[in-house]
Structures are given as structure tokens and as C-alpha cells.
Design a protein around this ligand. Structure first.
Ligand code: CMC
Length: 434
């Protein structure tokens, strides 16, 4: 907090309003407009481009400089030296764990990987061709029906248990979703494997033969989880906070986050990238699709390009671009036709003035889609993988909100509908009424 004030004069209002200005540790200061309502005005910011919805000490982004910090640590350093579960601990507890804390945390997560056996039955209510994200919204929300023992949100211990359960069970549920849509038996988790290895094992293993997890693919998978772990107040995290502000239980809130993530402007973009590459189909058609993306009258956009916050580059994309090169080389897939289209598209878009002027760079979804395809993850599972990685971010933001003083989130509006009017009886209504 500082002594700085913002002064606001509004035509038609006699008084000059003095608004407090707060400084964070990094980034823009904020003007507290919370009391404006007493002067009879609201602020107006659809899309929340200039609105800070909360205080938070978890993640910092400087979109202009391409900076992403988790609890102060740059994402590039975490991607190089850390691993997903350590980043989960860091996000949840605020500090990197020492050796003992790390071992305890990983052991807790390992010991919560199984889901209640009744959940298996729950899956069977879905059609086999259901979209995996539709199943995930349902089964994650349904966890609240299984874990009554720890859903007192005012109890910190309960909140932490829920965080552990969610982080531990998401890979199991995600893999079950895949297996269900394939008509294959569910694979129980193997607690001798690490987090990413276990996920790949549950996805691609089967009870009839031994499945050996490739260390290169497990490392790539772990990096994808890590790079998706948190991203400040994005649409799905804000959804989780808003749902949580009503006092709803954590599983219901995370399910709301999964639903928000599904949209193609958010997490659904990684799936949309691959669908777009398939639609392009051949390198000779790239120019045609780039022209469509630039055409104001055509709703088509280049999926995997652009970001609301990053207007320079997406630091997660830089790490994933390297990882994509490693994985493709390891798998000998440099010449895969779709991946070649992706590479050409990236080059053309990066050199095109339309994309340069609007600061539209490949984002995290562009490269994660390429890696996931190379690993053999089906396109419809891409957003599920994003949800799996982001679960820690959602639950940590939810926990931060509940730990501090919070009020139910309740935005207002600029009303542009009819003024008050009297009810018209049926016989008095015109037949041409719209
Ligand atoms: N292809 C073509 N034009 C684009 C694109 C694109 N992918 N993205 C933005 N533009 C244009 C847009 O038409 C507008 O042009 P103009 O100024 O001439 O009207 C300008 O760039 C600014 O776009 P905007 O829609 O105002 O930007 P926004 O901040 O509201 O939207 C976005 C950000 C990510 C939704 C958008 O860039 C987009 O739809 N990208 C494709 C979807 C995608 O890859 N999403 C994943 C985001 S990263 C992962 C995550 O956080 O979930």
C-alpha cells in the first residue's frame, strides 16, 4: 500500500473522488475502485483487460517482457532444474521443499493416486464417444460425492488434503477417461513410477503385456505438466475463484475450471491447433489459411497464435519449442507431414507483418500440441492434459482466496435493455411482435 491516490472527476458529479492506489511487489499499481458504487457509478471493463480481481502472491507475469515467475522463480529455471511435483509443492507451500519435505510430499501424492472403486461405475454412465473433457467435468465434480471426510473449506488441513487428492488423482482420472473412450480396461496406478511415468503407463499400458515407459517421453510429459501448472488469473483460474467465492467445495470448483478451460480460446486451443493442421492438410495450402486468418470477414484464426497477456513472446512456448525439437528428434519424427506443416506455418506467421504488428507469436498450445501428438496422445485428450497440469494452479488459487478474507464475487453491468414498462396482455399484443 502507498499514500498515492488517484483523483477522479465525473461529468455530472459535484464531488472529486479520491481513490486509493496500491503497489504490489512487481507490476502495475492498482486503483481501488471498490467504493465507487457509493457515488452511483460502476467501472466498465468487459474482458477484464484493466482489472485486478484479487491480491495474489503465487504467480507473476510481465507479458511485455515475456516473464513468468512462480513464487518468484523464473519458469525457464524451473523447467530446466525442477520437476512437476516440486513445482506443485512450491505453488502450494510458497517455498521449494527441502529433501525431507520433498520426499514426504511425493509419498503423499503417490499414496493418493487410486480413486474410489465406485468411480469406475460412474464412468459407465457416459457414452464411449463422449469428449474426454465432458467426462472430466463430470467425474472431477463427482469426487465431491466421494470425499465427504475433508470438504470443510474453513479447515486448512481439509483444504490441503483436497489439494493432495486432486493432484494425485487427476492423472488416474485422465487416463481412465482415455481408456474408457477406447473401450480398454482401466489401468491401476503404479506407485513405483514417478508422476509423469505413471500417467504414461496408465494411458498406454494394458494388462496383457509389460509397458516400458520411455524416459525421454516421460521427461517431455513432466515438462508439459510443469509449464501448465499455473498462469495467474486466467479465465479458468478466475472461474475457480468465482465458484469458490460462493463457498462451493473444491471438487465442484475445479470442475468449473475444467469447463472454462475447454473453450478453444483457452485450453481447447491445443486441440484446435492439431485440428487446424489437419484441415490445412498440405504445405501448399498454408498461404491460403494465413490469408484467411488475416481476413477481417473470416472468423478463422490461426490457433496457437496470440495471447491476451504475452505481447512479446510466451516464455513457456520458448521452453516447449526446445522440448519439441528434442522429442521429435528422439522419435525420428522430424518429417511427420503435420509437424512439417506446423514448422512452415510458424515460420510464415513469424515473418508476416499482420502477425508482427499485432504481436501474435506462437503460444504454449502451439508447441504442446506438437509434442503431445508426437508422444501419441490423441488430439481429444490434449485439453485434458492441460487440465491435469493446471489443477495445482486452480487449487492453490482457491486455497489462497479461502485463506484470506474474501467476499462472494458479484460483478455488475451496464444495463442496455428496456426501461420499466407495463405487462401487455396476450390479446393486446401485436401478431408481428418479435
Ligand atoms: N489469428 C489471427 N488473428 C488474430 C489471432 C489469431 N490467432 N489472435 C488475435 N488476432 C488478431 C485479432 O483479430 C485482432 O486484430 P485487429 O486488431 O485487427 O482487430 C488482434 O489480433 C487482437 O486480438 P484480440 O482478439 O483482441 O486479442 P485477445 O487478447 O482478446 O485474444 C486470444 C487473445 C489468445 C484469445 C487470441 O489471440 C486467439 O484467439 N488466439 C487463438 C487461440 C489460442 O491459441 N488460444 C490459446 C491461448 S494460450 C493458452 C491459454 O492461456 O489458454
Amino acid at each position: 500500500m502507498t499514500d498515492r491516490k488517484a483523483t477522479l472527476t465525473i461529468d455530472g458529479l459535484d464531488e472529486t473522488l479520491e481513490l486509493p492506489v496500491y503497489e504490489g511487489t512487481l507490476g502495475p499499481a492498482v486503483v481501488d475502485v471498490g467504493n465507487l458504487v457509493s457515488s452511483g457509478v460502476f467501472t466498465y471493463d468487459p474482458g477484464f483487460t484493466s482489472t485486478a480481481s484479487c491480491e495474489s502472491a503465487i504467480t507473476y507475469i510481465d507479458g511485455g517482457k515475456g516473464v513468468l515467475l512462480h513464487r518468484g522463480y523464473p519458469i525457464e529455471q524451473l523447467a530446466e532444474h525442477s520437476h512437476y511435483l516440486e513445482v506443485c509443492y512450491l505453488l502450494l507451500h510458497g517455498e521449494l521443499p527441502n529433501a525431507e519435505q520433498s520426499e514426504n510430499f511425493e509419498s503423499i501424492i503417490r499414496n493418493h493416486t487410486m480413486v474410489n472403486d465406485q468411480v469406475n461405475t460412474f464412468f459407465r454412465g457416459f457414452r464411449r464417444d463422449a469428449h474426454p473433457m465432458a467426462i472430466m467435468c463430470g467425474v472431477v465434480g463427482a469426487l465431491s460425492a466421494f470425499y465427504h471426510d475433508a470438504t470443510d473449506i474453513s479447515d486448512l488441513e481439509h483444504r490441503v488434503i483436497s489439494a493432495h487428492r486432486l493432484v494425485a488423482k487427476m492423472p488416474t482420472l485422465a487416463a481412465m477417461t482415455y481408456k474408457y473412450t477406447k473401450g480398454q480396461p482401466f489401468m491401476y496406478p503404479r506407485n513405483d513410477l514417478d508422476y509423469a511415468e505413471n500417467f504414461l503407463y496408465m494411458m498406454f499400458g494394458n494388462p496383457c503385456e509389460e509397458y516400458k515407459v520411455s524416459p525421454v517421453l516421460a521427461r517431455a510429459m513432466d515438462r508439459i505438466f510443469l509449464l501448465h501448472a499455473d498462469h495467474e488469473q486466467n479465465a479458468s483460474t478466475s472461474t475457480v475463484r468465482l465458484a469458490g467465492s460462493t463457498g462451493a467445495n473444491p471438487f465442484a470448483c475445479i470442475s468449473a475450471g475444467i469447463a472454462a478451460l475447454w473453450g478453444p480460446s483457452h485450453g481447447g486451443a491445443n486441440e484446435a491447433v492439431l485440428s487446424m493442421l489437419s484441415r490445412i492438410g498440405d504445405e501448399s495450402r498454408i498461404e491460403e489459411f494465413v490469408a484467411r486468418a488475416k481476413d477481417k470477414d473470416d472468423p478463422f484464426r490461426l490457433m496457437g497464435f496470440g495471447h491476451r497477456v504475452y505481447k512479446n513472446f510466451d516464455p513457456r512456448a520458448t521452453v516447449l519449442k526446445e522440448a519439441a525439437d528434442e522429442v521429435l528428434q528422439e522419435l525420428g519424427m522430424e518429417n511427420d507431414p503435420l509437424l512439417r506443416i506446423a514448422r512452415r506455418l510458424e515460420k510464415i506467421a513469424l515473418e508476416d507483418s499482420y502477425f508482427i504488428e499485432r504481436k501474435l507469436y506462437p503460444n504454449v498450445d502451439f508447441y504442446s500440441g506438437i509434442i503431445l501428438k508426437a508422444i501419441g496422445i490423441p488430439t481429444s485428450m490434449f485439453t485434458v492434459i492441460f487440465a491435469l497440469g493446471r489443477t495445482i494452479g486452480w487449487i492453490v488459487h482457491w486455497n489462497e482466496m479461502i485463506s484470506n478474507s474474501y467476499r462472494i464475487g458479484r460483478p455488475r453491468q451496464l444495463y442496455i435493455g428496456h426501461k420499466q414498462r407495463d405487462y401487455v396482455k396476450m390479446e393486446d399484443r401485436s401478431t408481428t411482435n418479435a
